[in-house]
Design a protein around this ligand. Structure first.
Ligand code: ADP
Ligand code: MG
Length: 577
């Protein structure tokens, strides 16, 4: 007896539908993408009950030819490509010819459509993929598709959906992405009868960002404009004080398609490396234009991912583009305490007159437990000005903080001595590693160090990278090693303790990139003056002088603040004068 059977078409369709359509948001995405491909300028999206009972997408695009409508609902039917080779120069969002068939297979669908040249339009109704009604109809050119009772015939799928609120949120997120990727389209979005937004369609990305992330977001972002060979990168990326606890606000748009990309998220991480605290992530909307032959869009049925032919190059380009934008904005973020409306307003003209702005304030929510002061503020200054030259220490408090004044200006600074020194050493190391200057210094009396069996079993994997940073270690029988050289110019480091600390959480199979960054940060941390250490006036003076020349005198390599500034205005506010 034969056990293997060919599945009937309905079953095949339902199975295939699962790849493209898994929740209301995916239906919205596919329908709006079709409208965009049809060159619509106006697109209206409406949902009820999270899209489970009702989704409609109406456009004023080119419409579907009278004789093509039935075909459009069959599987693997498309007007966008004719052969596999066409995929290499694809300019449309769709190309797989699956969406309409998939949606129809698992819902009750109605379509109204008319092209410019047809004299009448067409109305068609399908239930579970089967045509129930088809008639001529008078209407303006364009297409309207209504999808009701999604998954009415796939109970398991329906059961797996989240509640209405989550489905509504997912649709909202999908609309946001479509809006960011298509700032030239007028997109109207309604939920349960109320208007959520209507975009202007003026083709300005900044306005799309304002509609999706809020108008406040825009003020805290810096523009990105970059070209690397045939890649163009445009968009906005957040200033240092504007971050999130996750990556949910990172949008990458490639040739008009909003995609998910681990590669590009990593590029962002690297651009902000050491500038943000651990577990804080930048917000960014980056629109990349790339030659279509250098990307493969046919990686996933939902077309949410793409493959890069030159993945190293694009990663580097995005990293450089973003880094340049943060750097060129000239804004290094400092910290001060009091909210000051007039200066917040001053920050708004930052972009226009970067060069002549000295102290500008930005507000951001931040926890701190100082009485009466609910918000810690960040102040932003133009690093190009010679601000730090005049910073004079006048007192160390708790052997941990330096009080400093800058001549010719009111107010004062509190500087965390350890964090400041960490920043100095970190920058010093980066510079040395970059220029291959001698990084090591021989120690006159070599230090022997005893390793535990666990440490001993992994140290060999790390000898090379330790060497790169100036530590030369030699095996000296059983579990003993000798430290012959240490990194030069870092006097506070205790080599034995350092090696032990470094090895403490290491495993076999070295991750070189990770170890490199850890070494940088650990040397900076261990080599820096500690909190609780007394400093002489002259030492403090030298520290502040060196701090001035670092890449960022306001943030330590872990992203924590180095200094806090109290301006004259802050003091007036604190004391209610
Ligand atoms: P694909 O978009 O991959 O081509 P779809 O199943 O989404 O496949 O759509 C099938 C075809 O139906 C499209 O190629 C297009 O010709 C037509 N179509 C779908 N939606 C619209 C629309 N809103 N306006 C005009 N044509 C449309
Ligand atoms: Mg499509």
């Amino acid at each position: 007896m034969a056990y293997i059977k060919v599945l009937n078409n309905q079953t095949i369709d339902k199975i295939a539908a699962g790849e493209v359509v898994n929740r209301p948001a995916s239906v919205v995405k596919e329908l709006v993408e079709n409208s965009i491909d049809a060159q619509a300028e106006d697109i209206i999206v409406e949902i009820f009950n999270g899209g489970l009972s009702f989704i409609s997408v109406t456009d004023n695009g080119m419409g579907i030819d009278f004789y093509d409508v039935e075909t459009a609902f069959k599987r693997h039917t498309t007007s966008k490509i004719y052969s596999f080779e066409d995929l290499e120069k694809i300019t449309t969002l769709g190309f797989r010819g699956e969406a309409l068939a998939s949606i129809a297979a698992v819902s009750k669908i109605e379509i109204f459509t008319k092209t410019k040249k047809d004299t009448t339009g067409l109305y068609m109704e399908l239930v579970g993929g089967e045509i129930r009604r088809k008639e001529e109809l008078g209407m303006p050119p364009g297409t309207k598709i209504i999808v009701r009772d999604l998954f009415f015939n796939v109970p398991v799928r329906r059961k797996h959906l989240k509640n209405i609120n989550s489905e509504t949120a997912a649709v909202g997120d999908c609309i946001s992405k479509l809006l960011l990727a298509n700032p030239s389209k007028r997109i109207t979005y309604k939920v349960d009868g109320s208007l959520i937004f209507k975009s202007s369609g003026n083709n300005k990305l900044i306005d799309s960002i304002s509609s999706t992330l809020g108008s406040d977001a825009v003020k805290k972002m810096s523009e990105v404009r970059y070209k690397d060979g045939s890649y163009y990168i445009n968009g906005y990326t957040s200033l240092l004080e504007y971050t999130r606890g996750n990556r949910s606000c990172q949008y990458f748009i490639v040739n008009g398609r909003c995609i998910y990309s681990k590669l590009l998220s990593e590029a962002l991480d690297e651009a902000y490396h050491t500038l943000l605290p651990k577990n804080r992530f930048p917000i960014a909307v980056l629109s990349i234009s790339a030659p279509s032959e250098l990307i493969d869009v046919n990686v996933h049925p939902t077309k949410n991912e793409i493959r890069w032919m030159e993945h190293k190059k694009i990663k580097k380009a995005v990293q450089d583009a973003v880094f340049l934008s943060i750097k060129e904005s000239g804004l290094i973020v400092g910290h001060n305490f009091i909210k000051n409306e007039s200066t917040i307003n001053a920050s708004r003209h930052i972009k226009k007159s970067e060069n002549d702005i000295k102290n500008i304030y930005y507000n951001e929510e931040h926890d701190n437990n100082i009485k009466n002061i609910k918000e810690q503020e960040h102040f932003v200054f133009d690093k190009k000005t010679d601000y730090w030259t005049d910073l004079i220490p006048f007192k160390q408090i708790d052997n941990t903080y330096i009080l400093a004044q800058y001549i010719g200006k009111e107010g004062f600074f509190i500087i965390d001595q350890h964090a400041a020194h960490e920043r100095i050493i970190y920058d010093f190391l980066i510079e040395k590693l970059k220029t291959f200057e001698a990084v090591s210094q021989t120690i006159i009396t070599p230090i022997t160090i005893e390793l535990t069996p666990a440490e001993n079993s992994i140290i060999y994997d790390y000898l090379d990278i330790l060497h790169e940073f100036g530590f030369v270690l030699e095996h000296f029988g059983s579990n003993t090693f000798v430290i012959r050289t240490i990194p030069s110019g870092i006097s506070k480091l205790n080599p034995e303790e350092f090696i032990k600390d470094f090895l403490s959480d290491k495993k076999e199979n070295i991750d070189k990139e990770k170890a490199y960054n850890e070494l940088l940060q650990l040397i900076a941390c261990k080599g820096a003056v500690k909190a609780g250490e007394k400093m002489e006036m002259e030492e403090m003076r030298r520290l502040l002088l060196k701090l001035k020349n670092t890449s960022n005198p306001f943030t330590c390599p872990h992203g924590r603040p180095v200094s806090i500034y109290f301006s004259k205005e802050d003091l007036v506010k604190i004391f209610y004068r």
